[in-house]
Design a protein around this ligand. Structure first.
Ligand code: HEC
Length: 320
């Protein structure tokens, strides 16, 4: 098969051919390395954020556990007496997390026990979180859901874990207002947070981690890596071009000029002088230059002999 554009390549000089090939390699190489590096950086960034989120979620787990096992049993709760929110695992996990968020650098981290029908309306699941809870209800074997979402220009990574009511003691405060401590009702009202059922998934415990910073760092590393690759390619192209010009193209040009001069009768054309460098070289160009020199010398000898012979003939002619 004959490709017309391939035919055209024949008319390009060596430097242009090399530049064309290098440009193709350059563009292809950069595109390939960019896609590989981008994928690697993304995975790394995501792993980093995901790890942060997981550690935070485990920490809130630990706080809930601690409250449940060590605080609640020691603080008496009876329906007539004083209700202490500090004994509620959900409350303590939230409070500890708020302390953690107190630092300016961590204000974009969030912990939420997103609940369809919460006692504290602050915990009301938004539509995105409601979808996650419904997904947990459908796919009961799912332990975690992770992903990204944007809230007010903030790109956040989230990890969600389902919470089911596995203990009937929970229902004291979450089944009917009548069963719950009075002082709790006074504080939270009787409209929310009731009607939960045993073994029902009511909540998605959510950790949100700001992703912008990590993704930005990944982008910067990506740009740095690509710049280095571009620089290496550019230097390579520059050096190869210089080398081709200096050691191949220029010597060949000099030789072909000399050959043209010789062909036009300037048998003494100064090839040797112009191309001392080439003759001293031992590579292909050097061998070609030497061979050319030898050919020129034998041409000179033959021409001299021819001239001598012609002179003799002329002398013979005139003496007759
Ligand atoms: C003594 C009453 C009481 C008991 C027992 C109790 N809770 Fe709660 N629960 C509350 C109160 C009050 C809140 C709201 C706390 C706040 O202001 O953050 C709450 C909040 C929650 C929340 C956060 C969502 C929301 O409704 O605001 C979850 C999830 C939760 N409880 C689950 C449980 C589970 C699971 C158990 C059993 C292990 C349990 N609760 C036992 C009173 C109770």
């Amino acid at each position: 098969m004959r490709l017309p554009w391939l035919e055209k390549l024949k008319y390009l000089n060596l430097r242009k051919q090399l530049s064309l090939i290098l440009t193709i390699i350059f563009v292809g190489g950069i595109a390939l390395s960019a896609s590989i590096i981008a994928a690697m950086m993304n995975v790394k960034a995501q792993n980093e954020i995901s790890l942060q989120a997981q550690i935070l979620l485990e920490t809130t787990d630990a706080v809930r556990d601690y409250t449940n096992n060590q605080i609640t049993p020691y603080l008496q709760q009876d329906s007539q007496g004083l209700f202490l929110p500090q004994t509620i695992p959900s409350y303590s996990a939230r409070e500890v997390f708020e302390k953690f968020r107190g630092n300016q650098d961590r204000k974009d981290y969030f912990y939420k026990e997103a609940t369809l029908n919460p006692t504290n309306l602050r915990d009301k699941a938004d539509s995105f979180e409601t979808d996650l809870i419904n997904q947990f209800r459908r796919e009961t074997s799912t332990e975690n859901l992770i992903g990204f979402r944007s809230i007010a220009d903030n790109k956040l990574f989230y990890i969600a874990r389902p919470l089911a009511i596995t203990d009937s003691s929970c229902l004291q405060c979450h089944s009917t207002p009548e069963a719950a401590p009075k002082s709790m009702i006074e504080r939270y009202g009787k409209d929310n947070g009731f009607g939960w059922k045993l073994n029902e998934i009511v909540t998605a415990r959510m950790i949100y981690v700001p992703a912008n910073k990590v993704l930005q760092t990944a982008r910067q590393s990506f740009i740095r890596a690509i710049s280095v690759i571009v620089a290496i390619f550019a230097i390579t192209i520059f050096i190869l071009n210089w080398w081709l010009n200096r050691y191949i193209v220029r010597p060949l040009n000099r030789m072909s000029k000399t050959a043209e001069a010789v062909s036009q009768g300037h048998i003494e054309a100064e090839f040797e002088e112009n191309s001392q460098d080439e003759v001293r070289r031992y590579d292909e160009v050097g061998r070609l230059a030497k061979a050319f020199g030898l050919m020129q010398t034998s041409l000179k000898i033959s021409i001299n002999k021819l001239e001598e012979f012609a002179t003799k003939l002329r002398n013979l002619d005139s003496s007759q």
